[in-house]
Write a protein that binds this ligand. Sequence first.
Ligand SMILES: Cc1cc2nc3c(=O)[nH]c(=O)nc-3n(C[C@H](O)[C@H](O)[C@H](O)COP(=O)(O)OP(=O)(O)OC[C@H]3O[C@@H](n4cnc5c(N)ncnc54)[C@H](O)[C@@H]3O)c2cc1C
Length: 475
Amino acid sequence: MSDVLTPDICVIGAGAAGLTVAAAAAAFGVSVVLVEKARMGGDCLYTGCVPSKALLAAARHVQTIREASDFGIIAGVPEVNFAAVMAHVREVIASIEPNDSAERFTGLGVTVLRGHASFMDRQSLMVEGFEIRARRFVVATGSRPAIPPIENIDAVPYLTNETVFELKRCPGHLIIVGAGPIGLEMAQAFRRLGSEVTLLEAERALANDDPELSALLLESLRSEGIDIREGAAVTRVGRRGRSGVRVTLGEGRQAAHVDGTHLLVAAGRQPVLENLGLKEAGVAFDKSGIKVNSRMRTRNRRIYAIGDVAGGPQFTHWAGYQAGLVVRSILFRFGGKLRRHMLPWVTFTDPELAHVGLTEAEARRRYRNVQILRWPFSENDRAQTERSTRGLVKVIVNQGGRILGADILGRDAGELIAPYVIAVGGRLSVKSFVDGVFPYPTRSEAARRAAIAFYAPKLDSPWLKRAIRLLRRFG
Ligand SMILES: Cc1cc2nc3c(=O)[nH]c(=O)nc-3n(C[C@H](O)[C@H](O)[C@H](O)COP(=O)(O)OP(=O)(O)OC[C@H]3O[C@@H](n4cnc5c(N)ncnc54)[C@H](O)[C@@H]3O)c2cc1C
């Protein structure tokens, strides 16, 4: 006989998505059961955002020392203690861990169950001797690394995001398959920490980003010594020597080889759907994830799905946004719809690459008259003082000056994108940036200068020229 629980909400998965739902619902005094089969905190805390950004932060310090002489400081050649770098990564995780812990959630009033959850039918779920009949269920089981069908891949030891942060020694030569944000971030981190790095991408690196800005980012990464090859499809992998790896690109006579010491696969993600009883629950899914409508509801109206398992973009902040929609929908019945154009994303390399809204290509498909406003950081005084002038702000506006999207390449682009998130969501025009007073000297001034560029062609009008002439004469 199993114990029966009847909460208002049962959340499956305590990653970014599930934790947000549980915390928000509990704050409203709603009864919540949260089920987690592994570690509370999920991918983001242990194998995703947190360790990757902690590793990048360490790598940035190495680079700062390397570039110190540009500022008149003699710091010598940096020495990397890889074991200590990894200890730093673990410390950062440990400092955030309590926020996601079972103790904290129990304290918030959430019932935390440990074990694998599986639906028995359309309205009940089994977890380790408990039967849960909730008013609503939220599936937030996340994703895992997708392993491409490369010949012999299972015969070779390879790393993924689940194992790379457990390395004990810095790889001599790291070969990375996949040049999306994760591949690029890891490439720069390991290169700066001392590895030789080869990055192989079957198609275009950063395929979802603005081609102009991603090309500039690749140029910058190449200048640090990362060997980036686009259009390089890996067909086979094999062992080389006792512990090395050989990667084959292309077929037959065209085939080429790259030899390295370690292989990291960062070629996309696949949703975690196994043994969840989704068929029994009447929830539709395919290999890209659980099928949901714009309110994150599945085919079974009692069940929602959010986060990486729901297909679509896979980001912690997107999972959090979806969680907010679902909580409002369950508690107040006015969740609102998913607004895809609101999604920003950032590749946390140095320089960072950030995006929100429509890309230039999307905007040109939708609008007849699109204007592109640019301002380079080489024309920004703060960037000059810091000797970090790579990149630019690129803003996509319609004929009337409404901001449709923005892309930024540059130091701290992930912070600088914030006003554009508000502008795109609030349908603001460049005028809000022109009217604003921005502190000097800051990188954010580049946003204002890009906005002013919208009015520059209008200064060419004969009417305005005449007015300026008259003003000069009589003013
Ligand atoms: C290397 C890397 C770097 C990243 N960097 C960033 C970044 O900088 N910014 C950003 O926004 N995003 C980043 N991401 C993406 C981000 O980590 C994910 O989008 C986010 O973690 C997804 O959260 P989730 O709750 O959907 O899934 P998860 O965090 O994977 O959580 C799902 C949870 O469900 C549990 N679970 C699964 N099945 C069951 C079951 N049947 N029963 C009980 N429990 C179950 C799992 O154990 C897991 O804890 C990164 C990802 C990676 C891999």
